[in-house]
Write a protein that binds this ligand. Structure first.
Ligand code: C6P
Length: 420
């Protein structure tokens, strides 16, 4: 274990939480859809928001709203305090060394594009290799393709072994020896695989390879400790962690951030501007041009408080328990293909039925109030490798219940009867 990792944190167990009572915090869970109680199983796409987050955003707009870092007036000071307070909260949540290592972005996608267009564009040269995995979301693939085409760099991939969704790490050291940067997902949004990112980043560090972790599917569900993982960059989205849309986070190791060129130009990111030249602000402000999403940061702060009050260990165990229950029931269906690892998967399950198309299934489940996702899940190359055009995905969160898993299975059986 890395000595800087946060060890004793958030160790509350699954059994000590009243999961059903937590549902009352989420107004949207009282919705009915097509005349049925909503069963929301599309949490990997976006989570729902507790009233604590909604109230925090409302309170900010009703009492503190102004621009940040600019005014000398009271409201601007309050807004600045709220914004920088949120930055500190994120630093604590990720166990970052300091809040200067936290950049606010629009989401995971922007975090990855930021690294590609700053550190990587500055440091990588023609012929350099960027190492990815075959299970990356398009957000962690397309920015690297654009960069590679621009500078003449090469892409290499850690292979996925098959339907079990494991990374084939047997060639990792050889691949790292040829690479300058490794960017990989912590949890796969299609397979539910939890990748051993700390082990992989340690091997990358030994090979002198800079690491980027896509924590879109893990930050709201599990303990994500940047010093424990010992990565160089890590990014996530607020909207998947009970926070608002339009706000996200990029963590960057301080030494790297300080040496990096800015991302976008504009207000906030400068120290002094002349007609022909400018000097830039220090990190993280150097990477946050223009008026930031202050209300989003305030909402994210409330969301992270909310998640830590429950406990991330307990949340992860709960998610896993629901996914396991769903997998056990799904496995009883003849000819079903379930993707992802048999053991240790995160709280989501993706599958293909022999007799019903994924999109038809999700459409008909919606008629019964069950929200699923169907399609390629922004994983087109992975699905092509697996030989499927689309899967149906159920993704769980702490406010889902066992009764909802059973309802999903019941609806699935009902829909199948229409096809066979
Ligand atoms: N996956 C899903 O339904 P943004 O859109 O920037 O908040 O997150 C992008 C992203 C990046 N990496 C991973 C692993 C992701 O799962 C996602 C978003 C959603 O699976 C929408 S496609």
């Amino acid at each position: 274990m890395n000595p800087r990792a946060k060890t004793a944190t958030l160790a509350r167990s699954d059994e000590s939480v009243d999961w059903t009572a937590l549902r009352d915090d989420f107004p949207i869970l009282r919705e009915t859809v097509n005349g049925h109680p909503l069963v929301y199983l599309d949490n990997a796409a976006s989570s729902q928001k507790p009233h604590q987050v909604i109230d925090a955003v409302r309170r900010y707009y009703e009492h503190d709203n102004a621009n940040v870092h600019r005014g000398i007036h009271e409201l601007s000071n309050r807004a600045t305090e709220a914004y920088e307070g949120a930055r500190q909260r994120v630093a604590d949540y990720l166990n970052a060394g300091s809040r200067e290592e936290i950049i606010f972005t629009r989401g995971t996608t922007e975090g990855l594009n930021l690294v590609a267009n700053t550190w990587a564009l500055d440091k990588l040269r023609q012929g350099d290799t960027i190492l990815l995995t075959e299970m990356e979301h398009h957000s962690n693939l397309v920015p690297w393709q654009i960069l590679a085409n621009r500078i003449g760099a090469k892409l290499d991939f850690i292979e996925v072994t098959g339907d079990d969704g494991q990374l084939d790490l047997q060639w990792l050291d050889e691949q790292l020896a040829r690479a300058r940067l490794l960017s990989l997902t912590h949890i796969s949004n299609t397979m539910g695989t939890v990748n051993p990112v700390a082990e992989i980043c340690a091997r990358a560090r030994a090979a002198g390879v800079v690491t980027v972790v896509d924590a879109a599917q893990s930050a709201g569900h599990a303990l994500v400790d940047v010093q424990g993982i010992d990565c160089d960059f890590l990014t996530f989205s607020g909207h998947k962690t009970c926070g608002p849309t339009g706000i996200g986070v990029l963590y960057g190791r301080r030494e790297l951030l300080e040496a990096m060129p800015p991302y976008q130009g504009g207000g906030e990111m400068i120290l002094k501007v002349g007609y022909r030249d400018s000097t830039f602000n220090v990190a993280p402000h150097k990477f946050e041009a223009g008026t930031p999403n202050v209300a989003g940061a305030v909402g994210l702060h409330a969301a992270l408080d909310y998640l830590d009050t429950i406990g991330r260990k307990a949340i992860f165990e709960h998610d896993q328990r629901l996914a396991k229950r769903a997998c056990e029931h799904l496995a009883e269906i003849d000819g079903i293909r379930i993707f992802g690892p048999a053991e240790g998967r995160s709280g989501l399950v993706s599958f293909v039925l022999p007799d019903a198309h994924a999109l038809d299934l999700a459409t008909m489940a919606d008629q019964k109030g069950v929200a699923l996702r169907a399609g390629h899940h922004c994983n087109q190359p992975l699905l092509a490798k697996l030989g499927v055009a689309a899967t149906t995905r159920a993704s769980f969160y702490f406010y889902n219940t066992e009764a909802e898993v059973d309802r999903f299975i019941e609806v699935l059986h009902g829909v199948r009867k229409l096809f066979v």
